[in-house]
Design a protein around this ligand. Structure first.
Ligand code: NAP
Length: 250
């Protein structure tokens, strides 16, 4: 950790982001839990973080909206102090479809949230954490997906491609800011038991895919959060530009 221990988690109200917020609070971080619309879920995560002794806050912001993202970072620092860690976790999937069925609306939305949103948040983090800009350094962890190397045929190739973009950003940005006190890494979760599958119209997806996973089970959000926390800790002090699969061997 840098001297401050302030973590901003995009999409921290549910799933992997929520598990990360709680584990970070346990590890001594103060946390900003960003969410898109589910205020109740975000408030519950904040409550649990506070129970663990952290200072915590919830902030609504759509990561694909530039003004909202800038406000999110400003509010976080005004309330919690200098940012030391960004978890670029907010992400969406679209209903399972073949590529020959995609609409331009579907493509635009997924690119805006998963790629533009991740880049905007990384930009704001670098502007604050880079020693080049007078910051104290820090860590960025991108939540990519095993989809980036599997391609997700007959499900969501567009989603997989947005995660490919996130992997590329991880590698490029890690090199760009390596000498400015910032480490940038990514986790690539496999099939993890969260609400995201229901939002793709496949609430039973984890169970349905179990047989395709070498470990023969879906993962838990906490198992991804543990890998994320590794990248934010001094245990990974010489690790940057890494893509860590958390996928049960898939
Ligand atoms: P989830 O349970 O569906 O939660 C999504 C979170 O993102 C929620 O907190 C949601 O806020 C927030 N969110 C959605 N759109 C947003 C936006 N435009 N701006 C800000 N926040 C937004 O998802 P999850 O499964 O935890 O996934 C988290 C990340 O892991 C995603 O990037 C996903 O692609 C990646 N991932 C997941 C899996 C998996 O199997 N679950 C596998 C590989 C990668 P609200 O609560 O307000 O809606």
């Amino acid at each position: 950790m840098t001297e401050s221990n302030v973590m901003l988690i995009t999409g921290g109200s549910r799933g992997i982001g929520a598990a990360t917020a709680i584990m970070a609070a346990e590890a001594g971080f103060d946390v900003c839990v960003n969410y898109a619309s589910n205020r109740e879920a975000a408030d519950e995560v904040v409550r649990r973080c506070r129970e663990l002794g952290a200072t915590a806050m919830a902030v609504q912001a759509d990561v694909s909206n530039e003004t909202a993202v800038v406000d999110l970072f400003e509010e976080t620092e005004a309330e919690l102090g200098s940012l030391s860690c960004l978890i670029n976790n907010a992400g969406i999937v679209a209903p399972l479809q073949r590529l020959d069925e995609y609409s331009v609306e579907r493509l635009t939305e997924i690119v805006n949230v998963n790629i533009v949103g991740a880049f905007l948040c990384a930009r704001e983090a670098v502007r604050r954490m880079s020693t080049k800009h007078g910051g104290d350094g820090g860590t960025i962890v991108n939540v990519s997906s095993a989809a980036s190397y599997l391609g997700s045929p007959n499900e969501f190739i567009d989603y997989a491609a947005t995660k490919g973009a996130m992997d590329t950003m991880t590698i490029g940005l890690a090199k760009e800011v390596a000498n400015e006190g910032i480490r940038v890494n990514a986790v690539r979760p496999g099939v993890i038991d969260t609400d995201i599958h229901a939002s793709a119209g496949a609430p039973d997806r984890v169970e349905a895919l179990r047989g395709n996973i070498p470990m023969q089970r879906g993962g838990a959000a906490e198992e991804v959060a543990a890998a994320i926390l590794y990248f934010t800790s001094d245990a990974s002090s010489y690790v940057t530009g890494s893509l860590l699969n958390v996928s049960g061997g898939r």
